[in-house]
Design a protein around this ligand. Structure first.
Ligand code: ATP
Ligand code: MG
Length: 364
C-alpha cells in the first residue's frame, strides 16, 4: 500500500503527514527476518505497508510463543517509542513484508507539536490493541484452566475405566482359548485390538490435557496401516451403513502408529456421526509428495456447520451432537502438529468434507 494512505499517517494534518512520509525509511524484509529482539532499545516506529509481523516471547519451555500478529495498515513498536523502555518481545516477519520505519526522535518531536486530536486517535488505537491482546490472553488462560480440569476428570475416569476394560480383555483371551476356531479367534482379536485402542485413547486424552503429545515415531507403511484400519472398523461401518474405501501407494511415513490411528478414528468417527444414521461414503487416500506423506479423508455428508468452521480445531467446539466433547479434531490437530505435520480441511454444505493431512515421510 501507499505510505500516505497508511492509517498512522492519516491521523495527522497534511503538513505533518508529509513530514512523516519524508522521514520514513521504506524497507523490504524477507521471511523470518527479525526486526527487533526483546530487550533492545527502541529507535523506530514501524508501519506495515504489506505482509504480516509476529510478536513472540521466549518461554520457559525453551521455545518461542507467538502472542500477537500485526497486519498491513497496522503499526507497531509504539510503546517503546513513547516510553523509551526496552522492547518487550521479539518482532519477526512472517512471509515477506514491506515496512516504513519512522525514527523515534523525530517522531517524538512531531508528536510534541501536534494537536490533541491526533494524540487521541493514537491513544484510541493503542487502547484497542491492548484490549484485543488482553482478551486473547484471558481466552488462553480460560483454555488452560479448562484443560487442567479435563486433565483431572480424565485422570479419575481412567482410574475407574481400567478394571472393566481389563475384564473385557481377559474374557476375550479366555474365549479364544476355549474356542480356537478361525472365526472366533478373528473376532476376539478385534475385541483385543479395540480394547488396546480404548486404553491408548484414554492415555492420550490425559497427555493432551497435560499439553504434552509425546510421539514415538517409526516407519509405517500406509497401505498396511489403512488395511488394518478398515479391518478394525468393518463392523462399525456395516452397522452405520457406511461405504468405506481407501487407496494408497506404498508410502512409508515416519509416525506414531497409535496416534495416527487416533487421528483417523476421530475424523472418520465425525463423518459417520454427521451421516446421522442415513449412511454415506468415506474415502481415504494416501500418497507421497516431495518430503511428505499426504492423506485425504473425504465424506459426502452434510458438511461442517458454518458456525464452527473457523474454530473447528479449538478444544470444546462441538455442534449439533448430544454428548460431543468437542475434543476430537483438536486432539487430531495436536497429534499431527506433534509430528511436525499439517492438517486442514475444506467443507461445503450439503456436499461433504475433506481433511488434508501431511506427515513426514521416510524416503525409500
Ligand atoms: N466430517 C464432518 N462432517 C460434518 N460435521 C463435522 C465433521 N467433522 C466434524 N464436524 C462437526 O464439528 C464438530 C467438532 O468436531 P470434534 O470432533 O472436534 O468434536 P465432537 O465430535 O463434537 O466431540 P468429540 O469428538 O470430542 O466426541 C462436531 O460436533 C460436528 O458438528
Ligand atoms: Mg468428534
Amino acid at each position: 500500500m501507499d505510505l500516505k494512505a497508511h492509517q498512522f499517517i492519516s491521523y495527522f494534518e497534511t503538513e505533518q503527514a508529509d513530514q512523516l512520509c519524508r522521514l520514513a525509511i521504506v524497507e523490504n524484509f524477507h521471511a523470518q527476518k527479525i526486526i527487533f529482539e526483546e530487550g533492545e532499545i527502541p529507535d523506530f516506529l514501524y508501519l506495515i505497508l504489506s505482509g504480516q509481523v509476529e510478536f513472540r516471547k521466549f518461554t520457559a519451555g525453551e521455545k518461542y510463543q507467538t502472542f500477537a500478529l500485526a497486519k498491513h495498515n497496522e503499526f507497531f513498536g509504539e510503546f517503546g517509542v513513547l516510553d523509551g523502555q526496552p522492547r518487550s518481545a521479539q518482532a519477526i516477519v512472517c512471509g515477506e513484508a514491506t515496512l516504513a520505519k519512522i525514527p523515534r526522535d523525530s517522531l517524538m518531536e512531531i508528536l510534541n507539536n501536534t494537536k490533541g486530536s491526533v494524540v487521541l486517535k493514537l491513544l484510541g488505537y493503542i487502547v484497542q490493541q491492548l484490549r484485543s491482546t488482553t482478551s486473547q490472553y484471558v481466552n488462553q488462560m480460560i483454555h488452560q484452566e479448562k484443560m487442567a480440569l479435563v486433565g483431572e476428570m480424565v485422570n479419575t475416569i481412567i482410574h475407574d475405566f481400567r478394571s472393566p476394560v481389563t475384564g473385557i480383555h481377559l474374557a476375550s483371551v479366555m474365549l479364544k482359548e476355549q474356542h480356537p476356531d478361525e472365526e472366533t479367534v478373528e473376532w476376539c482379536d478385534i475385541i483385543q485390538a479395540q480394547v488396546k485402542r480404548m486404553l491408548g485413547m484414554a492415555e492420550e486424552a490425559l497427555e493432551f490435557a497435560g499439553g504434552n503429545a509425546v510421539v514415538n515415531k517409526q516407519p509405517l507403511n500406509l497401505t498396511l496401516f489403512l488395511q488394518h484400519f478398515e479391518k478394525l472398523n468393518r463392523l462399525y461401518f456395516k452397522n452405520t451403513k457406511v461405504e468405506f474405501a481407501f487407496k494408497a501407494t506404498d508410502v512409508v511415513a515416519n509416525v506414531d502408529e497409535n496416534k495416527l490411528m487416533r487421528v483417523l478414528q476421530n475424523l472418520v468417527g465425525n463423518a459417520v456421526e454427521a451421516f446421522n444414521g442415513r449412511g454415506g461414503r468415506i474415502e481415504i487416500s494416501a500418497w507421497a509428495k516431495d518430503k511428505w506423506a499426504e492423506l485425504t479423508i473425504s465424506d459426502n455428508g452434510p458438511g461442517i456447520p458454518e458456525a464452527i468452521r473457523e474454530r473447528l480445531f479449538d478444544p470444546f467446539v462441538t455442534y449439533g451432537k448430544r454428548g460431543g466433547t468437542g475434543l476430537g479434531t483438536s486432539i487430531a490437530k495436536s497429534i499431527i502438529e506433534a509430528h511436525s505435520g499439517q492438517i486442514s480441511f475444506q467443507s461445503n454444505s450439503g456436499e461433504g468434507t475433506t481433511f488434508y493431512i501431511r506427515l513426514p515421510r521416510i524416503n525409500e
